[in-house]
Design a protein around this ligand. Structure first.
Ligand code: GDD
Ligand code: MN
Length: 428
């Protein structure tokens, strides 16, 4: 990927290089901030955004702005020009290949930041710039690692969310996400928000955050049993599409969260880049987050396997009605179920592990394993009945469970794990 980081207005603040003093929770100087703003063709919003930010940022809050841009128009040039008027540092990172979309852009920005706080906001002025100091201030006051600007608490609203349809979709998505991640999203009323402040240490896992000591307000969530600090069990950030806050809340589990109400404004200029496709990416993102552990993946694998009965039986019905011999039809119909399972497993379960093998290789291996499962079951039942003395039903149930677990393990190992290179093993 070719990319260039241009800083038209070089960071000149000498204070920024001083050692960071650990602030006690409740201190009013919250430390320095990187404002990460993802842009995709937002030329018409830049000047207004920067001027409102200039008006909003108080002198005691050293702040630099980093636009992470995937535009196909002249947005980067417009930013560079507008930056010359700014009293704070403004940089543009233009990406030639927009990996991960909006979420991927934010993660790239986070990787470049070196400040205590990171604030993420949209460029279209739907997120009021005057709230930036308030988000960081609330974090400093309460000791929270994450402060979310929420439309769903008293004082907030979604005025700018056009139409009943979008409101319903947004509500449904929130409900679904909170249902799937009740603990990770505890204390976050608006996990779909794209406007939030987070301590950088809580994202990188460097210190485990400064929160939880004597702050007032916020939701302390350290009591949970599923906290995985840093790059623990939940691993590296792999955002998919728009919901970067969801990604951070679920994979990083900030110990303490707080919220600040906000009114979602109308877009200042241009139009939304969100599409129906983005909705599908959101579902895939939820599935990827939910299946981060082997047990969860195995459950997903089982549920997908069960759903495969539908295309299997449908194909069987179709084939027998065209007059095909029923045994032959069984074999062919089974392949319909296998293909259905393959597609769902590829998109929902192993999406980020597809790159290790060519798709034809994956399909071939998956199909062999799925059919081997059937072949293995009969001799296994014979052993369970003949040598172990189990009843036929119990033997069949045990064989089903055994071949299922074997098939799951074999699918992970033989289809979706990185190949072992001669001489050294892959760390992932
Ligand atoms: N770099 C980059 N790459 N930026 C992008 C991309 C991309 O592929 N797609 C969108 N953006 C930028 C836009 O330029 C804008 O600054 C911001 O991300 C949000 O995009 P919009 O297209 O304005 O999104 P929206 O208004 O439909 O959705 C916003 O509100 C939702 C709540 O209803 C976002 O904040 C969502 O995250 C949020 O869930
Ligand atoms: Mn928008």
């Amino acid at each position: 990927m070719s990319e260039d980081l241009r800083t038209p207005h070089a960071p000149v603040d000498p204070e920024a290089d001083l050692p960071v003093v650990l602030e006690p929770a409740g201190a009013l100087a919250p430390g320095s901030v990187t404002l990460i703003i993802p842009t995709f063709n937002e030329a018409g919003n830049i000047a207004e955004l920067l001027s409102r930010l200039a008006a909003a940022l108080p002198a005691h809050l050293p702040c630099e702005v980093l636009f992470v841009d995937d535009s196909t128009d002249d947005t980067p040039a417009v930013i560079e020009r507008a930056a010359l008027q700014c009293a704070f540092p403004v940089a543009v990172l233009h990406r030639e290949s927009p990996a991960g979309g909006l979420g991927g852009a934010v993660v790239e920005g986070i990787g470049r930041a070196d400040t205590d706080w990171i604030v993420v906001m949209d460029a279209d002025l739907q997120h009021p710039p005057h709230l930036v100091p308030e988000l960081v201030g609330e974090g400093a006051r309460t000791g929270a690692d994450l402060v979310v600007a929420s439309r769903y608490i008293a004082g907030g609203s979604r005025a700018g969310l056009a139409g009943g349809y979008r409101i319903a979709v947004s509500r449904g998505a929130t409900w679904l996400a909170k249902g799937l991640f009740p603990r990770a999203l505890r204390g976050i009323s608006d996990p779909m928000s794209g406007f939030f402040a987070m301590r950088r240490a809580a994202i990188t896992g460097e210190t485990g955050g400064a929160g939880g000591t004597g702050g007032t307000g916020g939701t302390d969530r350290t009591g949970g049993t599923d906290r995985t600090g840093g790059t623990g069990a939940t691993g590296a950030l792999k955002p998919l599409g728009y919901k970067i806050l969801l990604e951070l809340a679920v994979r990083r589990r900030p110990a303490r969260v707080a919220e600040v109400p906000f009114v979602f404004q109308d877009r200042f200029s241009g139009e939304s880049k969100s599409t129906a496709r983005e909705g599908l990416r959101f579902l895939a993102h939820l599935a990827a987050l939910r299946s981060a552990t082997p047990l969860a993946r195995m459950i997903g694998f089982g549920l997908i396997g069960l759903s495969g009965f539908v295309p299997n039986l449908a194909a069987l019905w179709l084939l027998t009605h065209t007059g095909l011999n029923y045994l032959l039809a069984e074999v062919v119909a089974n392949q319909a179920g296998v293909m259905w399972n393959f597609l769902l497993i590829e998109t929902l379960l192993f999406r980020d592990r597809r790159r290790h093998r060519h798709w034809a290789d994956r399909i071939g291996r998956f199909t062999v394993l799925a059919n081997a499962d059937l072949l293995l079951r009969i001799p296994l039942i014979a052993v369970f009945v003949g040598s172990w003395g189990l009843g036929v039903l119990a033997a069949t149930a045990l064989a089903l469970v055994t071949t299922f677990v074997l098939r799951f393990a074999a699918t992970e190992a033989l289809v979706y794990l990185p190949r072992r290179k001669a001489g050294h093993s892959d760390p992932s």
